[in-house]
Design a protein around this ligand. Structure first.
Ligand SMILES: Cc1cc2nc3c(=O)[nH]c(=O)nc-3n(C[C@H](O)[C@H](O)[C@H](O)COP(=O)(O)OP(=O)(O)OC[C@H]3O[C@@H](n4cnc5c(N)ncnc54)[C@H](O)[C@@H]3O)c2cc1C
Length: 457
């Protein structure tokens, strides 16, 4: 077997990169260790439900990216989520999360001067990755909304769930993602993650990509620091270049091996921090029990104030609820599902023995149901399937260190971009540096890396 490019991993970055390169006419092999494609854009069936793992909301930019790098059919299935709610001890509001509506809320409900809101949006829009700006998000919030912990919460909470960033991370990691959402609101894929991945797979096959599922890449093979192939399930496959969608640190440390990198580069690698992971509780609603529309996405917390640390605490009182009404899958039998998502730390979960692990999973299930009861009384009686995922689940299905949901902190992006300078023909794309994460970030980074690869092949 000889390919131009081996793509390792079928997350949205890997899939999009493979499609982009195949359309340019290169022979592409796509290797995925799991038996389904999609990576964290995952879904799974239980009873008569299909649960979506990360289909909670993405920015409008997905429409353009899907049209450009996939198909009009995929782009045309992207629809807006109109009811985004925030419910916590400081405020209870509903918004479309568009710039217009958000401005109105900041001005009318939070009594912020309109020109201050406008200047804040302008500042975020002008942020550029190449500016050497050392401000953190907390600094920006204090600059525009000093002492307004309630406003800080409104601005930060959704982004902390969207990319794992905190008040102390580089302001650009906030600015880019917030600005992406703030143009036209929050969107979803009508038909569910399963339909999206099915359509992407069909497109890849039409474009001639060879797809190998259940194929774990054990090693990236080099000769004189030049890519010559990959080893999948013990079999060597020749290729001229590799685009790894495996975690950046896994790619460097395990798939290539640190001995192949310069000491300067490795010094940066050793400083790269892994981003946080997640817990989720998936609830399937009995088919005869439709639920009323209480909103599409609810950011809720029982914590008095916003606190980045509390958000990922083992006993956090903060979570989001994603509501999947029959409109999510309009061509299927009408069903409802609800997913509670929490940010989480690997260390809190990694060392629990079997009994304690089960006990803690039951605890987050119970906490989530109890919290949901404030929005849907008697929800308990309407649930016919419930289960939880933890950082260990995310580790198991993706192999990402510490089951991370969002790659690395900011410093990981430079390492990812510098990879081809260390090993000829080696590229990385996927959640990294907080900015290049989420469905849109991962997909666009896949294109950026694939484009660079093609220029040098
Ligand atoms: C709970 C949760 C909720 C989220 N919600 C949202 C949301 O609402 N909106 C949004 O935009 N984003 C969301 N995200 C983030 C988003 O899902 C991810 O940022 C994005 O899907 C990551 O894509 P990726 O290309 O980086 O790769 P990943 O999805 O991380 O996939 C990497 C793939 O590589 C494979 N792989 C790794 N190593 C190997 C190997 N050695 N050989 C073969 N295959 C390998 C893995 O199995 C995996 O399939 C969420 C994430 C989580 C965890």
């Amino acid at each position: 077997m000889h390919y131009d490019v081996a793509v390792i991993g079928s997350g949205l970055a890997g899939l999009t990169a493979a499609n982009y390169l195949a359309k340019l006419g290169y022979r592409i092999a796509l290797f995925e260790q799991h038996y389904v494609l999609g990576g964290l854009a995952a879904y799974f069936p239980r009873k008569n439900h299909i649960f979506d793992v990360s289909l909670h909301g993405f920015p409008v930019g997905m429409i353009k990216s899907c049209r450009k790098y996939w198909s009009s059919e995929i782009a045309d299935s992207i629809v807006q989520l109109k009811r985004i709610r925030f419910v916590n001890p400081q405020f209870d509001i509903e918004t479309t999360f568009t710039r217009e509506d958000f401005t109105k809320i900041l001005v009318e409900t939070f009594r912020i001067a309109p020109e201050m809101v406008e200047n804040f949006f302008i500042k975020l829009r002008q942020m550029n990755f190449y500016d050497d700006d050392r401000q953190c998000t907390r600094d920006i919030f204090e600059e525009f909304f000093p002492g307004r912990a309630d406003v800080h919460r409104l601005l930060m909470e959704p982004i902390a769930y969207a990319n794992g960033s905190t008040l102390d991370d580089e302001a650009i990691t906030y600015g880019i993602v917030f600005s992406n959402f703030m143009s036209k609101g929050v969107y979803t894929f009508e038909g569910g993650t399963d339909l999206l991945i099915k359509k992407m797979t069909e497109e890849l096959m039409r474009n001639g990509v060879d797809i190998f599922k259940c194929s774990k890449i054990e090693k990236i093979l080099l000769s004189n620091d030049q890519i010559i192939g990959v080893r999948a399930n013990g079999i060597d496959v020749e290729c001229r270049a590799v685009l790894s969608n495996a975690h950046i640190l896994n790619t460097i440390k395990n798939l290539v091996g640190e001995e192949h990198f310069s000491p300067e580069f490795l010094a940066k690698v050793h400083k790269a921090r892994i981003n946080n992971s997640s817990c989720q509780v998936y609830m399937g609603i009995k088919s005869e029990e439709m639920i009323d529309d209480i909103g599409d996405l609810i950011f809720t917390s029982g914590n008095e104030h916003f606190d980045s640390k509390e958000l990922k605490d083992f006993h956090t009182k903060s979570r989001t609820f994603s509501l999947y009404y029959p409109k999510t899958r309009p061509n299927e039998k009408p069903m409802c599902a609800i997913v509670a998502s929490m940010n989480a730390h690997w260390d809190d979960w990694s060392n629990l023995d079997v009994a304690n692990y089960q006990c803690e999973k039951n605890r987050i299930i119970e906490d989530s149901v109890r919290c949901l009861e404030q929005f849907i009384p008697h929800i308990r009686e309407k649930i016919d399937h419930i289960e939880a995922a933890t950082p260990r689940t995310f580790f198991r299905y993706t192999g990402h260190p510490c089951g991370t949901s969002f790659g690395t902190k900011f410093e990981g992006l430079e390492i990812s971009m510098d990879l081809p300078g260390e090993i000829r023909g080696l590229y990385h794309a996927g959640s990294v540096g907080i900015i290049m994460s989420g469905w849109l970030g991962a997909m666009n980074y896949g294109v950026i890396a694939a484009h660079k690869l093609a220029l040098n092949l």
